[in-house]
Design a protein around this ligand. Structure first.
Ligand code: ASP
Length: 325
């Protein structure tokens, strides 16, 4: 070996040692978990519960940073541009797979700008309306919406959010265009619904279960294929005549592209441990969410799911004809 080669090899060795020492010590300070929607909403609820569970394994707190706006794309862009050192992770949902079809100019590529850590939970949505909505059931609800379409306000969390996707599919299923009102997340949208400033919306059970139980909103259906265990009396939209209507809000944990493999392994191990944490699993079950099985909580399964979902939604969104810049 010539001296220069020996020097390069030694340098490579020491870089490797530094990297592995870094990974062994990781994390030595709090980790930021970016949530691309407002605090207090459904994604935020999953993130805070997950963060608390992962903290138990990682020994450092996970601090949620809410970066709402443009249906989750502002937060995703922030996460993409964060340092790939393991101190920023990103929790996002199905919106990661619909944004590429919805936005003509997207600042990130979901497939190439992120590392996938693993799938987290799948959350059904509910179709809910203000508490004084004048309809006793879904049939009356549809009739009222159609007859009053000019004055209906359908809330969502911006183009690219799950509530937007669900609303889009709903309008397309009932062949009725309505005025949509975007918020930074469905937490503020829920406040507007409770205040009767908007008429209805789709939102995850992680945000609506409590409001439904308290009769603070009216519920007209769930978006899952089968009924939700925690809401046994609420019929599915399919059951009530909306053929093939199904939206499951899957969530995944990401890190910026280039995050060291050893760090990703630590994060994945903490995610797997969270899936067995009784506080996390109970909270998710109480809110109607299903934690993914361990086999799908892997970077590879998450990446494959993301790719499949991007391909699945592209033609459906194209057909519905909704675009944003
Ligand atoms: N996840 C919600 C949605 O997509 C927004 C939120 O979490 O606030 O509509």
């Amino acid at each position: 070996m010539r001296p220069t080669h020996r020097w390069v090899a030694a340098l490579g060795l020491s870089v490797g040692l530094v990297a592995s020492a870094f990974a062994q010590q990781y994390p030595t300070k709090p980790i930021t978990m970016i949530v691309p929607f407002a605090a207090g909403g459904p994604t935020d609820t999953v993130a805070r519960s997950l963060g608390a569970a992962m903290t138990k394994t990682l020994g450092q707190s996970i601090v949620v940073e809410n970066v709402g706006g443009a249906g989750g794309t502002v937060g995703a862009t922030r996460a993409k541009n964060a340092q790939a050192d393991g101190y920023t992770v990103f929790l996002h949902h199905i919106g990661m797979s619909t944004a590429p079809s919805l936005y003509r100019k997207l600042q990130f590529n979901p497939m190439t700008d992120f590392e996938t850590v693993g799938l987290v939970v799948d959350v059904p949505m509910t179709l809910i309306a203000r508490s004084d909505f004048p309809a006793a059931n879904f049939t009356e609800f549809l009739k009222y919406v159609r007859e009053n379409k000019a004055k209906m306000n359908l809330a969502n969390a911006g183009v690219g959010s799950a509530s937007h996707l669900c609303g889009l599919l709903f309008m397309s299923a009932i062949e009725t265009d309505l005025t949509t009102v975007p918020f930074n997340g469905t937490a503020p949208a829920m406040n507007a619904l409770l205040g009767k400033q908007v008429d209805f919306m789709c939102d995850q059970t992680t945000n609506t279960t409590g409001q439904i139980a308290a009769n603070a909103v009216k519920v007209y259906g769930v978006t899952s294929k089968a009924r939700v265990g925690t809401l046994p009396n609420v019929a599915t939209l399919q059951e009530q005549g909306l053929k093939n209507f199904e939206v499951g809000v899957w969530h995944g944990l990401y890190a910026p592209k280039g995050t060291p493999k050893a760090v990703l392994d630590r994060l994945n191990a903490a995610l797997l441990a969270a899936a067995k944490d009784p506080d996390f699993t109970k909270r998710m079950a109480d809110l109607g969410a299903t934690v993914y099985p361990a086999a799908q909580m892997t970077p590879a399964a998450h990446a494959a799911h993301l790719k499949g979902q991007i391909e699945l939604w592209a033609p459906i969104i194209q057909k519905a004809g909704a675009y944003a810049d």
